[in-house]
Design a protein around this ligand. Structure first.
Ligand code: COA
Length: 321
């Protein structure tokens, strides 16, 4: 049997830090309100010249260096992003160019905050079936460019960054299972219009995130509870088989509910939310990278990744590291 094994991780965060106090000078909010409701204290903001592909390149180069492989051996690049540099070419093609790779294939995946899980799931299918040997998966987002900086209900949540993971074929267990879902009937609760390709030009909506946060919160908690059950059942595992929860970083209260469902303490959760905010499809890859880099995640351990995002989309990946 062929498995997908993780051989390298990488991450990139832009230099500029925007604190809750900075935000309280822009909108009617406070550090205590934001921290208590979300768990976020600071987030990073990309410089004007940065793009999803430029950030993806830095995260990818780190993953490639940590894996110690020749970039030319990468035969598929999947970039998850809701903030692509261009409508086309895909950010994956732009990344392919930046990495100097001219073989294989690159394409983007759009599943909002669940994008990294969707991309890992696709990569795993191609590796397991023998069509690809080495796949680079990246989540890269410049959320700051699609946030309404006058809307205190959303601008406090999001940040910029890129995370990368390299997967390769092996005869040893790696990705044990992936589970991805969507239900488009929730469009109105969380969406970002594309003003240049408006569905209804009369609406004249700006291209910023629109969210009914409280309703999103409730669906997210319930849905993530179900994906935990689905993942454990598919693998015939009990809660105590999971060493680390690596969640999409949207809100500490949502993450705590999932940890509770798994019978885990917050010490078994890789949290980056406090200093990074919600970086959408980059967040769980950044968290995974942090856990690997600082040595908390050890070879042989079992990791549950999960995410939830606009669509709604949601999913999980169970990985033997
Ligand atoms: N500072 C101060 N007050 C704020 C505020 C802010 N930044 N944002 C909203 N408020 C106010 C609201 O106006 C409302 O005031 P009112 O009672 O006078 O009408 C009050 O706080 C409560 O708003 P509500 O939206 O019910 O708060 P909440 O407890 O649900 O917290 C979120 C808001 C956005 C933090 C929370 O709903 C959340 O995190 N939702 C999930 C969002 C998410 O993760 N989205 C991405 C999914 S991938």
């Amino acid at each position: 049997m062929i498995w997908s094994n993780v051989i390298g991780t990488g991450g990139y965060l832009p230099a500029t830090v925007r604190s809750n106090d900075d935000l309280s000078r822009m909108v009617d909010t406070s550090d205590s309100w934001i921290y208590e409701r979300t768990g976020i204290k600071t987030r990073r903001i990309a410089a004007p010249e940065e793009t999803a592909s430029s950030m993806a390149e830095i995260a990818s180069r780190e993953a490639i260096a940590r894996a110690g492989i020749d970039p030319q051996s990468i035969d598929m690049i999947i970039v998850a992003t809701g903030t692509p540099d261009r409508v086309y070419p895909s950010t994956a093609c732009l990344l392919q160019q930046r990495l100097g790779i001219r073989n294989g294939v690159g394409f983007d995946v759009q599943a909002a905050c669940s994008g990294a899980i969707f991309a890992v799931s696709i990569a795993d299918q191609y590796i397991k079936t023998g069509f690809c040997k080495t796949v680079l998966v990246v989540g890269s987002e410049i959320c700051s460019r699609i946030v309404d900086w006058n809307d205190r209900a959303t601008c406090i949540l999001f940040g910029d960054g890129a995370g990368a993971v390299l997967l390769t074929a092996s005869d040893q267990p790696g990705i044990l299972s992936t589970h991805i879902h969507s239900d488009g009937s929730y469009e109105d609760l969380l969406y970002c219009p594309n003003p240049q390709v408006a569905i209804d030009a009369q609406k004249d909506e700006p291209g910023v995130i629109n969210m009914r946060g409280n309703e999103v919160f409730k669906v997210a908690v319930n849905t993530l509870g179900r994906i935990v059950d689905e993942t454990l059942a598919a693998n015939g595992l009990q809660q105590n088989a999971i060493d680390w929860l690596v969640p999409h970083q949207a809100n500490t209260r949502i993450i705590a509910a999932t940890a509770k469902k798994l019978g885990m303490t917050m010490d078994q959760v890789i949290l980056t939310l406090e200093t990074q905010g919600n970086t959408s499809s980059a967040s769980l890859l950044l968290a995974f990278h942090e856990g690997v880099r600082d040595g908390r995640i050890q070879p042989g351990q079992t990791i549950l990744m999960e995410a939830f995002g606009a669509g709604f989309t949601w999913g999980s990946a169970l990985i033997k590291y």
